[in-house]
Design a protein around this ligand. Structure first.
Ligand SMILES: Nc1nc2c(ncn2[C@@H]2O[C@H](COP(=O)(O)OP(=O)(O)OP(=O)(O)O)[C@@H](O)[C@H]2O)c(=O)[nH]1
Length: 218
């Protein structure tokens, strides 16, 4: 089925294993919690068309495996991403401590201008919290990230995270701070323009249906 949209944004979901990346994507696409989520092998993919500030935006979202052994594979999917959800688990300091490495990867392999939303996931498990809201807010401020605590289980702030990211990218395009053509060329690394007018940083197939979850490398 054909669909029309004004912009196409490639998004990444990155962060350590077990933080809830696949569940966040599933909640955003399917509007429900993914029971029995297994470790992602390589990369999974989902897309959804949303309305942001009067524009139709197709989000193509790449959910990457957090396990170290897949790092070289997942890194190859960063190119051309306009936005990212950087996820840690509020009940695991280890996943919080790994954020700097993930951030470096996103800014070097995708783009220094990539818009990143920091998600402290599993907000529903407040009793087991190892990372305070305040320290993560400070980290976000120091690293120019937008910060939200989310719960893929209850759905709290999940929609907000993806939509906020899309809105910021759109604002930057409309204010001229981001130039889709120029950034697309840089991100693609081959000097080519985006494939169609209004398609921003498109390096992914255009044929995927909206509201689907496709499994790659599985
Ligand atoms: N309580 C709670 N559990 C969650 C939440 N999100 C995910 N989980 C659980 O956390 C575990 C890991 O979730 P996944 O979504 O598979 O984690 P991931 O980050 O995709 O993991 P990798 O694919 O290995 O990188 C699963 O047991 C989920 O049920 C949440 O918001 N709250």
């Amino acid at each position: 089925m054909s669909e029309t949209y004004d912009f196409l944004f490639k998004f990444l979901v990155i962060g350590s294993a077990g933080t809830g990346k696949s569940c966040l994507l599933h909640q955003f696409i399917e509007n429900k919690f993914k029971q029995d989520s297994n470790h992602t092998i390589g990369v999974e993919f989902g897309s959804r068309v949303v309305n942001v500030a009067g524009k139709t935006v197709k989000l193509q979202i790449w959910d990457t495996a957090g396990q170290e052994r897949f790092r070289s594979v997942t890194r190859s999917y960063y190119r051309g991403a306009a936005g990212a959800l950087l996820v840690y688990d509020i009940t695991s300091r280890e996943t919080y401590n790994a954020l700097t490495n993930w951030l470096t990867d996103a800014r070097t392999l995708a783009s220094p201008n990539i818009v990143i939303i920091l998600c402290g996931n599993k907000k529903d498990l407040d009793a087991d919290r190892e990372v305070t809201f305040l320290e993560a807010s400070r980290f976000a401020q120091e690293n120019e990230l937008i910060f939200l605590e989310t719960s893929a289980l209850t759905g709290e702030n999940v929609e907000e995270g993806f939509l906020k990211c899309a809105r910021i990218i759109l604002n930057k395009i409309e204010s001229g701070e981001l130039d889709p053509e120029r950034m697309g060329s840089e991100a693609d690394g081959d000097g080519a323009s985006p494939t169609a007018p209004g398609v921003f940083w498109c390096v992914v197939p255009l044929s995927a249906d909206s509201h689907t979850l496709d499994h790659l490398d599985k």
